[in-house]
Ligand binder design. Structure first.
Ligand SMILES: Cc1cc2ncn([C@H]3O[C@H](COP(=O)(O)O)[C@@H](O)[C@H]3O)c2cc1C
Ligand SMILES: O=C(O)c1cccnc1
Length: 351
């Protein structure tokens, strides 16, 4: 599906289904409101599905979008660029944190090469080849991507969401891998929320004070060079974003068009989610904030989207790790509506 057709397919949450879920929550054998954020989540998911109770988020699939970054040349990450491709191999071998968490939570992992610069293992199970170009251009010098390249990455994300839903997924989860990708994530969050670079730039994989100060300057320089217009999300992604950020935006839009929930991971994912919301404000109805990444930009972006994170564990990894950890919480929130007895049925007295 094209970007335009996908955006056109995204509809607001279904109010009658939300009302039905709220009314059911009130009749279940527990004090009203006692499940806190899980009650709100169950109502939102009913609104997304257009039915109460909404389907259980099972099976679930996490797509790890991998890409490289020209801005890596500006020394914004201590890690060599080839770690992106090496981690792709690690994901495919099942040896990364996201794989361990996915086995724990019962989610399938697919890995998408949307823009890795160095060779990745080909042909293995679980790898989706969608390489638009071998890494972006340096955003401090020129636009990361042409609009056509950017659209191709967004539409790859849309297509992969569609394929996973077609294969039966009832819940999608975002993952990312790309050395230096917290830099374009910060630039995207600054552009979409109008926040100063210093308020959205974090320490990524763990950088010292000198590299951090330099990184804030790099984000500021990219924004000053391109002056991205938040009303033109494709232009924002193309000028200061990245291939995995663009693909994640498309993945979120694809989930929303299919009315399937998408659990958002950390700062990379939420920067893509901001782009998705700029394309289609109603896409927010499909988003579940898995966790609050320790990266400051994640908190700024979640507030802009009006989403509260389910978990807050001080994590700052990416890969989809925080989204996968939140999956059992999402499943539990929905299971309540399916399985908890009403006061009437259980013969429990009301207050
Ligand atoms: C071994 C390793 C595994 C990772 N898994 C996720 N990331 C995370 O760190 C990178 C972003 O941080 P920065 O912008 O500071 O480079 C991304 O690849 C992200 O997914 C990793 C990073 C490393 C080094
Ligand atoms: O929040 C994230 O996704 C994140 C944070 C640090 C490094 N990589 C990813």
């Amino acid at each position: 599906m094209t970007l335009e057709r996908t955006v056109a397919a995204i509809r607001p949450a279904d109010e009658p289904a939300m009302a039905a879920a709220r009314e059911l929550q009130a009749r279940l054998t527990k004090p009203a409101g006692s499940l806190g954020a899980l009650e709100d989540l169950s109502v939102r998911l009913a609104g997304l599905a257009g039915t109460s109770p909404p389907p259980l988020p099972d099976p679930a699939a996490v797509a790890v979008f991998a890409g490289d970054h020209g801005v890596h040349a500006q020394r914004v990450s201590p890690w060599p660029q080839e770690v992106t491709a090496q981690m792709v191999a690690n994901f495919l071998a099942g040896g990364a944190v996201v794989n361990a968490f996915a086995r724990q939570a019962g989610a399938r992992v697919v890995v998408v090469d949307v823009g890795v610069a160095t060779p990745v293992p080909t042909g293995g199970p679980g790898l989706i080849e969608a390489n638009v170009r071998r890494g972006t251009r340096d955003i401090t010098v020129e636009a990361a991507l042409t609009r056509d390249e950017c659209r191709a990455a967004v539409e790859a994300g849309i297509r992969i969401a569609g394929e996973l839903v077609e294969a039966g997924a009832k819940c999608l989860l975002t993952g990312d891998m790309g050395i230096a990708n917290t830099t374009p994530a910060a630039a995207l969050i600054a552009a979409f929320t109008g926040t100063d670079p210093a308020g959205v730039t974090g320490r990524g994989t763990g950088i010292d004070d000198a590299m951090y100060a330099h990184k804030v300057g790099v984000v500021a320089a990219a924004l000053a060079r391109h002056t991205p217009d938040p009303a033109d999300p494709l232009g924002v992604l193309a000028s200061v974003g990245g291939l995995e950020h663009a693909a994640l935006a498309g993945f979120v839009l694809g989930a929303a068009a299919h009315r399937v929930p998408v659990i958002i991971d950390g700062v990379i994912a939420v920067s893509g989610a901001l782009a998705a919301a700029a394309f289609a404000p109603d896409a927010v109805a499909a988003m579940v904030a898995g966790h609050r990444s320790a990266e400051p930009g994640a908190t700024v972006a979640l507030a802009h989207l009006g989403l509260g994170p389910l978990l807050d564990l001080g994590m700052r990894l990416g890969e989809g790790s925080g989204a996968v950890l939140a999956l059992p919480v999402v499943a539990a929130a929905v299971r309540v509506l399916h399985e908890v007895a009403t006061f009437d049925a259980a013969g429990v007295s009301e207050k």
